[in-house]
Design a binder for this molecule. Structure first.
Ligand SMILES: [Zn+2]
Length: 267
């Protein structure tokens, strides 16, 4: 009888270890990248992300920005031989131009019933956050990586602030380093966006619901590398002026794609 219990215990440990190894192998073998357009588009109020304090140095709102440019990130990843899926927690924008772009780029709208409410992760029910339904979608794709496309903002007034960073989960450390390196090397300072010599940071976030922490945790529970791009500040006049130019906005979106590709190739 005693032997039976010991055997059962060993079997159980093997099974848990096997499941973990299988999940990790699935992520490693995956060639699918999910790009999540941050926040959502409100039918009356428009994009609901961070924005420039006023129009002096360009008028940018992060959700609308990523509707316009996520396709450029996707193209870089696809040209390297990987697949890309773009999603958003909200619904198809009522703005005709953005809607046309969303349809052209094949954006999958999760249609979160109440985009500002907290939802539970289906795959890992102890993880809860606003915007979690797009993480559910992302994990359903069995991805190699998930990139939450955002910008940051310090204040409701203009202020030079240069501590941009890529937030990541534990599984996403190398992914974050790869993306941060491309931003430091090709976007900041010599790349045209003044950042006063400061490199793009990498910050591990595993602090629960705050600011999308549980999106990263939910991905981590599936061993999926995940990052939130917060390398640029819309309240920084120098960043806003740079991103306000179409060719720079495209270059920035492409830089994130190149960082993701560099990571995938080095796996
Ligand atoms: Zn954001």
């Amino acid at each position: 009888m005693k032997h039976f219990f010991i055997l059962m215990l060993i079997a159980l440990c093997c099974l848990t270890g096997c499941t973990q190894q299988m999940m990790q192998a699935q992520v490693r073998d995956s060639r699918i990248v999910v790009l999540d357009i941050g926040h959502y588009y409100h039918p009356v109020r428009g994009g609901q992300g961070a924005r420039t304090p006023d129009n002096r140095y360009g008028k940018i709102e992060e959700c609308e920005y990523w509707y316009r440019y996520a396709g450029h990130t996707a193209r870089i990843i696809e040209q390297a031989g990987y697949q890309c899926r773009i999603c958003c927690r909200g619904s198809l924008p009522t703005d005709k131009e953005l809607a046309a772009i969303a349809i052209r780029e094949g954006v999958h709208h999760v249609n979160t019933p109440e985009p500002n409410a907290i939802y539970r992760c289906r795959q890992h029910p102890h993880r809860m956050a606003v915007g979690m339904l797009s993480t559910n979608y992302a994990l359903d794709q069995k991805p190699a990586a998930v990139v939450y496309l955002h910008h940051n903002s310090m204040t409701a007034r203009w202020m030079v602030y240069n501590k941009g960073a890529i937030y990541c989960n534990e599984a996403g450390g190398d992914l974050a380093l790869a993306v941060a390196k491309v931003i430091t090397d090709t976007i900041y300072d010599d790349g045209g966006m003044p950042n006063h010599g400061l490199p793009c940071g990498v910050i591990l976030r595993n602090d629960g619901r705050k600011g999308g922490g549980d999106w990263l945790n939910a991905c981590n529970d599936s061993y999926v590398p995940a990052i939130i791009t917060e390398a640029t500040f819309l309240s920084n006049p120098e960043h806003a002026r740079f991103l306000g130019k179409e060719k720079n906005a495209i270059r920035y979106a492409e830089a994130i794609g190149h960082g993701v590709v560099n990571y995938l190739k080095a796996r």
